[in-house]
Design a protein around this ligand. Structure first.
Ligand code: B16
Ligand code: MG
Length: 219
């Protein structure tokens, strides 16, 4: 039986990807760099500074920016993002996820959040989901972001649970890779084109059923 479920935030509990996209898009536009939704797929699950590096790499003619300038740009993007997420309410929880969390809560398995977002605690509050969680990984303390396994192993370590008894639920390719590299069971939510490396894959959160995940765990 699994002892810990580690949930990703963006793409699993709520869809903040669109807000991240709009905020990065505005920043990139000001820099004269254009990118589209297709490229945005590569930013999913990737932390703020790594996302900025990927966007800047789209236009090598801009040259190398100083660390200070990059921090300034990242903070500018975050200001745009914070304005956009002000309107988040419990109505923004992805379909089926309250049922899933309720089912998880009825078992002895613990519940953790493994998000790359430094804004994750504030978003959980706005969604009204904070009380479900036994542990929230502090994205600011994670040295290596997804696809490195650290985000997931940090949650298991904090709760003293063997990695092989953990399940990680992810919508991003980098996230599923991180769960797999942690030696945990990976549940992917999304397209098989991006997530074929997941141990168990469903199309969307509505198709994600707690009983199904339990029966697939290390089958
Ligand atoms: P912040 P997740 C990730 O959340 C997003 O998918 C990614 O697009 C974002 O850049 C990252 O959080 C960092 O977010 O700028 O708010 O610290 O999918 O790991 O829950
Ligand atoms: Mg995600």
């Amino acid at each position: 039986k699994p002892e810990l479920f580690i949930y990703d935030l963006d793409g699993i509990l709520t869809d903040t990807a669109e807000f991240h996209y709009l905020a990065w898009h505005k920043l990139a536009e000001e820099l004269g760099i254009s990118f589209d939704r297709q490229f945005n797929e590569q930013l999913k699950g990737i932390n703020r500074m790594d996302s900025l590096d990927r966007i800047l790499a789209l236009d090598p003619s801009k040259g190398q920016l100083s660390t200070d300038r990059k921090l300034e740009l990242a903070s500018q993007k975050n200001d745009y993002y914070l304005t956009l997420i002000e309107e988040i309410t419990p109505a923004h929880i992805l379909p089926g996820m309250v049922d899933f969390l309720d089912a998880n809560k009825k078992t002895n398995a613990k519940i953790a959040l493994g998000s790359a977002s430094k804004n994750a605690p504030a978003i959980l509050e706005k969604l009204g989901l904070t009380s479900y969680f036994d542990y929230i990984v502090d994205a600011a303390k994670v040295k290596k972001g997804k696809p490195d396994p650290e985000t997931f192993t940090a949650a298991a370590d904090a709760l003293g649970i063997d990695y092989s008894n953990c399940i990680g639920i992810e919508d991003a390719s980098a996230g599923v890779e991180a769960v797999n590299r942690a030696g945990m069971f990976s549940v992917g939510v999304g397209d098989s084109a991006h997530l074929s490396h997941a141990d168990y894959l469903v199309e969307d959160t509505l198709k994600l059923k707690f009983e199904d995940v339990l029966s697939q765990f290390h089958k």
